[in-house]
Each structure stands twice: as structure tokens, then as C-alpha cells.
Write a protein that binds this ligand. Sequence first.
Ligand SMILES: C[S@@+](CC[C@H](N)C(=O)[O-])C[C@H]1O[C@@H](n2cnc3c(N)ncnc32)[C@H](O)[C@@H]1O
Length: 209
Amino acid sequence: MDNSIKDHWNEIYGALDTDELTWYEEIPAPSVKLLSKCHIDKDETILDVGAGASTFIDYLVNHGFKNIIAADISEIALNKLKERLGKEKESAVRWIVDDITRPVHIQNLRDIAVWHDRAVLHFLLEEEQQQMYLSTLRKVIKKSGYVIVAAFSLEGAKKCSGLEVKNYDQNMMAKFLGEDFILIEYFDYVYYMPSGKPRPYIYTLFQKK
Ligand SMILES: C[S@@+](CC[C@H](N)C(=O)[O-])C[C@H]1O[C@@H](n2cnc3c(N)ncnc32)[C@H](O)[C@@H]1O
């Protein structure tokens, strides 16, 4: 695990309330929209990579999904999410502290029906990190499984939380995932930070052949 990255994120989650984070969503509407296009049963496995303290996990629990995995490099982020959910709902989720660029636990998962990533891949600037992300995704996703990835769009911010990002459009995302993944849907989405300032994202949904 990259400890400097881990420390960075732990510091941010430790310093701010969840609703002060510059990516906080009260309702994860664009992710939910794409999830609704995935033809999965409630007992299939959904992995949120870099879940942080995301309300997407609350949504999944509250809507009866039974196999939810929240993974993040920051245990402080996941602890905040656990606290918000409360004991009963917390126990409905599998929790993994792991670095997606050097995965120890995530790579042992199998049969993931939906891989969800909002604002994580775009932090991976090095080819080696991106390839590790991709090879892990390919290993764990089931046949005909879905991939939802949201990243800052080409018009979007060049930095987040003091870190540089790689901006994407749907074609770059398709090229990154490769020919085994079919682009089902994409849209631009302007997210508004707690400060009221806009942050343009690109949301993409792929299905593995
Ligand atoms: C901008 S936040 C987005 C969090 C969440 N997906 C959401 O939409 O609220 C980026 C998240 O990625 C996590 N992260 C960053 N680098 C990571 C890595 N290498 N492996 C796993 N998680 C990582 C951070 O801890 C943080 O929770």
C-alpha cells in the first residue's frame, strides 16, 4: 500500500465532515441512474472502488442490495461511512481497506456484477497504476458484468484535494478499458461542490462482453 497516498486521504477525511468534502453528494443521482441500466439481481455483487464515505453505499443498502463491497485506501473514510450507516446497515456491507494500485484483497474478489468508481481512476497518473487498476478490474468482473466509471471530464478540474488528475471523455475511457468492454451509455454531469462551484464529470457505463 502506498502510505503517502493513504496518509493524504486519511488526513482529508480526518479534517473535514463528510458533507464538506468537495465531492460530497447528498443523493448519488448519476450513479443511481447508471445502476438502473444494469440488469442485475439484488443478490449480485456490487463493488464500490474508492467508496470513501459515499452515499452510494447508503443507497445500495437502503434499496435492498445484498452483496455490497466498499473498498478504499482510507480506513478513516470507511469508518465515517460505517458510523453514518449504523451497526445494522454496516453489517450489510463488506469492508476492504486496500490500494487499488497495489491490491492485496480486491484482486481476490470474483464475480463482481457491477464495478463502480466515482472519482478514483482519475487520480492514477502513472501507466503502471492504471494497468494495475485495469488488470484487477478484468480479474474480478464477471462475464457480462457492468463497469460504471465517473471521472473529471476534459472541461473539468485539473486537480482535486491537492492532487493532479487525468481528465477523461467517453472515448478515452473506452480505449482504456479495451475491446472487451462495450460502452452502453455516457453523459456529462455537472456536480456542484458544497461551495456552490461547478465540477464537470463524465459518467460512463460499460458492459463486459
Ligand atoms: C474524490 S474521492 C471519491 C470518493 C467516493 N467515490 C465518492 O464519490 O464519494 C476519491 C476516493 O478514492 C480513494 N482513493 C484514492 N486513491 C486510492 C487508491 N489508490 N486505492 C483505493 N482508494 C483510493 C480516496 O481515499 C477517496 O475516498
